[in-house]
Design a protein around this ligand. Structure first.
Ligand SMILES: Nc1ncnc2c1ncn2[C@@H]1O[C@H](COP(=O)(O)OP(=O)(O)OP(=O)(O)O)[C@@H](O)[C@H]1O
Length: 274
């Protein structure tokens, strides 16, 4: 696949593309139960890869392996071609990888905009001192940072909540706030775990448009969600997992018609008809 924002030339033109993320033969077991079996996938710069599958398929486990929270029993996780298995989560996030969670993890007593600002890199000592003493350079940086944070909130349509403490925000605003914070960090790879769960249809549409915008600027995204319409309208390509295995990979419009995918979902929800 050749996408806008790709930093390399297309394979079709004779130059190979180095994926932002390449997962190769990944296997994970918990107490003898296989959560992932030999899973392989890749995500290019500027690509949104949808990752779907019934409950327990292994989607979150895969995200946890990529961001270093779980160590796989086998296989490789390559970020820009470098195997990062065994690296600590903070080392992996320093590679510009951010992850959001099914349950948003904003700081309750902190305003929405300050939560977003905390997604950024830690200010250097000089910036801290300048900020502390109200020096012009400190004030300028703070102004620039606020403008960027506000832009992320406005892009997701939640700017009116900017000064409200996270604990008082409606659930859908907390969810979108976590995406804003992730984006503010300037990621090369975003791992989004059910960002549209608990979000209304209009907000999900805004989110979908915004993810496409992130991708156009070159960000690679792995998008996990149970809302298939949301995933198929947002993603360039979709991987379907079932019981820890990849059962289908394809374009969104083809995936929803794929018999293996229909079986995986029906098998999970209506066992008698599987
Ligand atoms: N820390 C853990 N300890 C033991 N088992 C785990 C752990 N994490 C995941 N599992 C198991 O691994 C399998 C895959 O779980 P996972 O949460 O990755 O699936 P999922 O596709 O994200 O599901 P859902 O859509 O319900 O979030 C499940 O059987 C789950 O119980």
């Amino acid at each position: 696949m050749c996408l806008p924002g790709s930093v390399t030339l297309c394979a079709g033109r004779g130059v190979s593309v180095v994926p932002v993320l390449s997962v190769e033969g990944l296997s994970v077991g918990f107490d003898g139960v296989s959560a992932l079996r030999e899973v392989s996938l890749r995500v290019e710069p500027g690509e949104i890869l949808g990752l779907v599958g019934p409950n327990g398929a292994g989607k979150s486990t895969l995200l946890n392996c990529v961001c270093g929270l779980y160590r796989p029993g086998g296989g490789r996780v390559l970020l820009d071609g470098v195997d990062v298995v065994g690296e600590r989560p903070d080392a992996i996030s320093a590679r510009h990888v951010v992850r959001t969670h099914q349950e948003p993890r904003l700081l309750d007593n902190v305003s929405l905009v300050d939560n977003v600002l905390r997604g950024g890199t830690t200010p250097g000592v000089r910036d801290r001192v300048a900020g502390l003493f109200g020096l012009p350079s400190g004030r300028r940086h703070r102004r620039d940072d606020l403008a960027r944070a506000d832009e992320e909130l406005a892009g997701l349509g939640i700017e009116q909540w900017r000064d409200v403490a996270a604990r008082s925000l409606p659930y859908d605003v907390r969810k979108l706030g976590e995406v804003a914070r992730a984006r503010y960090a300037g990621p090369r790879l975003m791992l989004l775990d059910e960002p549209a769960a608990g979000v209304g249809a209009a907000a999900a549409e805004t989110l979908s448009r915004r993810l496409r915008f992130f991708a156009r600027s070159g960000t690679a995204i792995v998008l996990v969600d149970h809302n298939i319409d949301f995933v198929t309208s947002s993603a360039h390509r979709v991987v379907v997992l079932s019981a820890g295995e990849v059962v289908a990979v394809g374009l969104p419009e083809d995936i929803t018609r794929d018999a293996r995918v229909i079986n995986a979902y029906l098998g999970a929800t209506e066992p008698d008809q599987a």
